[in-house]
Design a protein around this ligand. Structure first.
Ligand code: PLP
Length: 379
């Protein structure tokens, strides 16, 4: 037998209460059985997003929410600014281009975070920029971007929307949608929300709704206006993902019981212990600035292949983390502490990493990283 542990930055483990809630018989999405379920989910999401805005619930992966954030607010040929600091920044550019937007990029070196002043000077120089797209956490590099700082810049530009992919940051980071002026924020079910893949969530501000009225981009499935009209009736435009939304209510219940502030503190505590354990082992953190509380990108020592570490952890120890992508492939191993995660997920992940590094010939004293994590997690 090999007991399995999921320590990837999505999908993440699902708590037993949530799994059980999803084992109930299917109810009909237009029936009185379901309407209170959706009502409670939409209110729970507003709580989690820290917003009074509508939060749409879409049956898709997170990327579906990103597509909707592009094709509901603009017209082909309009210019937008994408902050590209990794694989997911790249995805914003590809989606925008697929819908005929003119994309200007600020390329951020992998492992670093955006300086809001760079966005400010881009917006000052070019009044044609209709939106700024960014990741809250760039999952490929483990960097959290300064969403608060960006918000304070962009809110001075009444014709520019601030669009945030918070798919991997939601739940792990304190992101204040309304206070910071985020117009469109995208979340997904299989990361911090402790659910299976299959739901995207999108909050939309009044500023964004106004802009959407003038948008003539082709759309059918991700039609936010129709979703908004349905949401007001506690329904969705097409068949609701009833099972996942029942699970969503259960997951939100768990988070509400803990309290939002404690949820963020837990993630910060686990992330800090992971980083310090990694440093105690003499390894580097790939995120040179603003490391995220969702996932830690760990630099591999000279001569150790990150993909082999990933593979050995999976096959020998049953631990599924994540390797690096593109130019970081082989150079890093990523370990998440996101969603249904606590003290012994970190201990397990670090202990197994030590064992694999030693097995692959890296001189390590077993227990060094674990001891450091234990010290910090006892505080
Ligand atoms: C996981 C993730 C996504 C979305 O991925 P899907 O596979 O479409 O759910 C988008 N952005 C970031 C930052 C992510 O971590």
């Amino acid at each position: 037998m090999l007991k399995r542990y999921l320590l990837a930055p999505g999908p993440t483990p699902v708590p037993p209460e949530v799994l059980l809630s999803m084992a109930m018989p299917i109810i009909h999405h237009r029936s009185p059985d379901f309407l209170p379920v959706l009502d409670s989910a939409k209110k729970g999401l507003q709580w989690l997003f820290q917003t009074k805005n509508d939060v749409l619930i879409l049956a898709s992966t997170g990327t579906g929410g990103m597509v909707g954030a592009v094709n509901n607010f603009f017209n082909p040929g309009e210019k937008v600014l994408v902050i590209n600091g990794g694989k997911f920044g790249e995805r914003w550019t590809k989606i925008c281009q697929a819908y005929g937007l003119r994309v200007e990029e600020i390329v951020v070196e992998w492992g670093y975070s955006i300086k809001p002043a760079l966005v400010e000077s881009a917006l000052k120089k070019d009044s044609e920029i209709k939106a700024v797209f960014v990741q809250a956490t760039e999952t490929s590099t483990g960097v959290y971007h300064d969403i608060k700082g960006l918000g304070s810049v962009i809110k001075n530009y009444p014709d520019t929307l601030f669009i945030v992919d918070a798919i991997s940051a939601l739940v792990a980071e304190d992101i204040r949608t309304d206070e910071w002026g985020i117009d469109v924020m995208v979340g997904g079910s299989q990361k911090g929300l402790m659910l299976p893949p299959g739901l995207a969530f999108v909050s939309v501000s009044d500023k964004a709704w106004k802009k959407s009225e003038a948008s003539k981009m082709p759309r059918f499935y991700f039609n936010f206006k129709k979703e908004r009209e349905n949401l007001a009736k506690n329904q969705t435009n097409f068949t609701s993902a009833v099972t996942l939304i029942i699970g969503l209510n259960e997951a939100i219940k768990i988070l509400q019981k803990e309290g939002l502030e404690n949820v963020f503190k837990r993630h910060a505590r686990l992330a800090n212990a992971t980083r310090e354990a990694v440093k105690a082992l003499g390894l580097g953190i790939y995120s040179k600035e603003s490391p995220s509380n969702s996932v830690t990108a760990i630099e591999m020592p000279e001569g150790i292949d990150g993909q082999l570490v990933y593979k050995t952890l999976r096959e020998k120890y049953g631990i599924t983390g994540a390797g690096g992508q593109d130019k970081a492939k082989g150079k890093i191993y990523r370990m998440a502490h996101l969603g249904y995660a606590d003290t012994f997920d970190v201990i397990t992940g670090i202990a197994a990493l030590e064992m694999v590094l030693k097995q692959l010939g890296h001189p390590i004293r077993l227990g060094t990283g674990v001891a450091r994590a234990q010290e910090l997690l006892m505080e």
